[in-house]
Design a protein around this ligand. Structure first.
Ligand SMILES: [Zn+2]
Length: 188
């Protein structure tokens, strides 16, 4: 009987690509899934997954904890192997990516944080204390000197004008918050 590096036995295997949803044994060789089978297989290491789901890792597009070890641990406990910081974002971006290079237990990705950029511009005392993890800067004002000015200080005309110019270039309709009527969201 072939011996795999790792076998995961008895789990409910769900594979969206092939539509498989059944109890199977999975054999892993190196970094690849070598076999998904009903037959009994053996490995150097065996994980008994009876009563559990075995499936590809989830991608979480809205995750604020991708950039530090404890957050990654929480993601993995949820089956998330790719947490992405795409809502609040990260800043400085280069520092964030460099801080995770070779150290992350998960895949990761982040968008540039417009909120953090605004805070950096409005608050000269701000320090990026957590390697670009702006979410940690925000909740640790003692270390990072965040002021939350980004959320409390209204934009001035000088800041709004470049956005309006860009909106015209890309033909994005703008509404005036003072006169706009709330839109009803269509929920399918
Ligand atoms: Zn969020």
């Amino acid at each position: 009987m072939a011996e795999y590096d790792i076998v995961i036995t008895g789990g409910r295997v769900i594979d969206p690509e092939t539509g498989l949803d059944a109890v199977r044994n999975v054999g892993i060789q190196g970094e690849k899934i070598a076999v998904v089978t009903e037959s009994e297989i053996q490995g150097k290491e065996t994980i008994d997954a009876t009563g559990h789901v075995v499936c590809p890792g989830f991608i979480d597009m809205h995750n604020h904890n991708a950039g530090y070890a404890f957050g990654q641990k929480l993601a993995l406990r949820d089956g998330v192997t790719t947490p992405m910081e795409l809502e609040l974002g990260v800043y400085p971006v280069k520092e964030w990516y460099e801080g995770l290079d070779g150290k992350s237990r998960t895949n990761y990705g982040g968008s540039v944080s417009s909120v953090a950029v605004r805070e950096f511009i409005l608050n000269p005392d701000l320090k990026a204390a957590f390697h670009g993890n702006f979410v940690l800067d925000m909740v640790s004002p003692g270390k990072s000197h965040t002021s939350m000015k980004w959320s409390q200080q209204p934009s001035i005309a000088k800041q709004i004008e470049p956005s309006q110019t860009l909106a015209k270039v890309y033909k994005i309709p703008l509404s005036n918050p003072a006169t706009a009527t709330p839109r009803k969201l269509a929920i399918a």
